[in-house]
Design a protein around this ligand. Structure first.
Ligand code: ALA
Length: 556
């Protein structure tokens, strides 16, 4: 091994200490200074107040190795470069040095301290848009250091802009540094950022702007530098490895995971167990909301993998009473389903579907549990059934509605309540500036419009579905109270702005104890308990008009 993670950490911090930076300790994963984010996702996060101008007790040059959690890429975990938990090395100038020194520091550290060969090195700079000019200045600084023009690419905001970490705060154009990881082929003369052999190892952000409450990019009062180098990635590529798991960081962890598990599962278990340990150490406990909910999802995913493997190894990876309790609770849920499973003979797609519907037993677990019993169970048939069932239930409710025989209103009532939950989910995920712009409910589906101008990511859609389904699963009461419009506003009830309300209004509340999930002024009707809604699924997310997005969703 050319460099261990401990050596890189040490080298980085010492280098910047020599350059006048004070080494500060990693802050908690639970942000103290920034209510706009759930977790600390970058080294700059604990420094937000200081980036905004408050005086830091340790001066204007700081460096740290910050533990971070990012769950936005959770579906990518298990590939070569994504982790939910990682460490980020960084150095900051709080109104101190600017772009030139920042780039020169980065270059000196990479070339002199780490010995990165120039022929394996390339950079990107911001190409410019309405918010900020093309960063020819950064490119010139790189060129003066000896980087050829062909190895400098200019890219748009999606690539070369960082921040704010939450909804508002410091941000700016950045310059990213790339390392050619392929050992069998030399790096091409001309840098193509799309070529996957180039791995980003460091990011220098020129935080000269601030995104304000109106989502406008304005000049910052204090101009800062924020940089970030992902420790796991850097250690991997500097050692000639093509993935973060093949580093000393994960060596001991993999020894505790049964070798026969699939590679992707092993990597997910390795990553999630690190994240779980770190979150528990910072006082997070599994629950159905916010941080606790993320922790619960990380836990349940690997508990299911362990269960499937028929081995017990998680207790060696996560030594914690909090985890042990969650594990035994979740195993009980899994077990109830298994008890039912054991009563059944020859499990075909039909029976598998029942076990899935009623006990949440996933297809893979069913297959694994007893290959003999499930020899007639095929994935395709199972999925076909799932699809057919979904269509059938939609047709059935549509039929009832048309015929007017059964209580068509029942399904529509459920959708009314689901609408409130969806709004609550979107406000949690996207921010409190989200409000309802319209809705349309039939017995078959709901349509919901809200103010937002960008397409939601797959992860955001999943998060919204999960949020709603979680509230359904924990079966919270839906209550209402009549009051004056002023009182309703006073207690923070949301209203639909186009609606004209009378003097007295009904306020519907969905709450988990003291935690209010949703509170809206609404005429109803609504279900009494969220548990009756079934399973919530978003079918489509599209633009409705300028600045308005539309979601179509169903209850299955
Ligand atoms: N805050 C910047 C990042 O996370 C450095 O990439």
């Amino acid at each position: 091994m050319k460099i261990t993670s401990a050596e890189l950490r040490e080298k980085y911090l010492k280098f910047f200490e020599k350059k006048g930076h004070k080494i500060i300790p990693s802050a908690s994963l639970v942000p103290e200074n920034d209510p706009t984010v759930l977790f600390t996702t970058a080294g700059m996060q604990p420094l937000v107040p200081y980036l905004l101008g408050q005086k830091h007790p340790d001066g204007t040059r700081l460096t740290s190795c910050q533990k971070c959690i990012r769950t936005g890429d959770i579906d990518d975990v298990g590939d070569d470069t994504h982790c939910t938990y990682f460490e980020m090395l960084g150095n900051w100038s709080l109104g101190d040095y600017g772009k030139k020194e920042a780039i020169e520091f980065s270059f000196e550290f990479l070339m002199k301290e780490l010995g990165v060969p120039l022929e394996r090195f390339a950079v990107t700079c911001f190409e410019g848009d309405a918010d900020a000019p093309r960063d020819t200045e950064a490119a010139e600084i790189w060129q003066n250091l000896g980087i050829k023009k062909e190895r400098i690419a200019f890219l748009p905001k999606e690539d070369n802009w960082w921040g704010p970490a939450g909804k508002t705060g410091p941000c700016g154009p950045d310059s990213e540094m790339f390392y050619w990881k392929n050992n069998s082929e030399p790096a091409p003369e001309v840098f193509d950022p799309k070529n996957k052999n180039w791995v980003e190892i460091w990011n220098d952000v020129f935080m000269i702007y601030v995104k304000n409450e109106e989502s406008k990019i304005v000049d910052a009062v204090q101009k800062n530098i924020d940089t970030g180098m992902g420790l796991e990635r850097a250690v991997a590529v500097l050692n000639g490895k093509d993935n973060v798991y093949d580093t000393d960081i994960f060596e001991e962890i993999f020894k505790k995971i049964p070798a026969e598990l699939e590679q992707k599962q092993k990597r997910i278990i390795a990553d999630h167990s690190r994240a779980i340990n770190a979150l528990i150490a910072d006082g997070v406990e599994p629950s159905n909301k916010e941080r606790g909910y993320v922790l619960r999802r990380l836990m349940r995913r690997i508990i299911a993998y362990e269960f499937l493997s028929k081995k017990e190894f998680l207790k060696d990876l996560i030594v914690s009473a909090v985890f042990a309790e969650e594990r035994s609770k979740f195993l009980k849920t899994l077990e109830n389903g298994i008890a039912e499973y054991n009563k059944l003979e020859d499990i075909d797609a039909e029976k598998a579907f029942y076990l899935y519907q009623s006990f949440g037993l996933p297809f893979d677990i069913l297959k694994e549990l007893n290959p003999e019993k499930t020899k007639n169970l095929g994935r395709e048939e199972f999925e076909e059934l799932l699809k057919r069932h979904q269509e059938l239930s939609r047709t059935a409710s549509a039929g009832m509605f048309k015929g007017g025989l059964a209580d068509a209103g029942e399904q529509a009532t459920k959708y009314h309540t689901a609408t409130h939950l969806l709004l609550a989910a979107l406000r949690k995920i996207l921010g409190p500036e989200v409000y309802q712009r319209g809705s349309n409910i039939t017995a078959e589906r709901m349509r919901f419009d809200f103010n937002w101008s960008e397409k939601l990511s797959t992860a955001q859609i999943h998060d919204a579905e999960n949020f709603v389904n979680d509230i359904i699963n924990i079966d919270l009461p839906v209550s209402f109270e009549e009051m004056s419009l002023d009182q309703a506003k006073e207690i923070g009830a949301m209203g639909v702005f186009e609606d004209k309300y009378g003097e007295r209004v009904k306020v519907y509340t969905i709450a988990d104890g003291d935690n209010i999930i949703s509170r809206e002024i609404c005429g109803g009707p609504h279900v009494e308990h969220t548990g009756v809604l079934g399973h919530f699924k978003i079918q489509k997310e599209e633009s409705s008009s300028a600045g308005v997005r539309r979601i179509k969703a169903i209850l299955e």
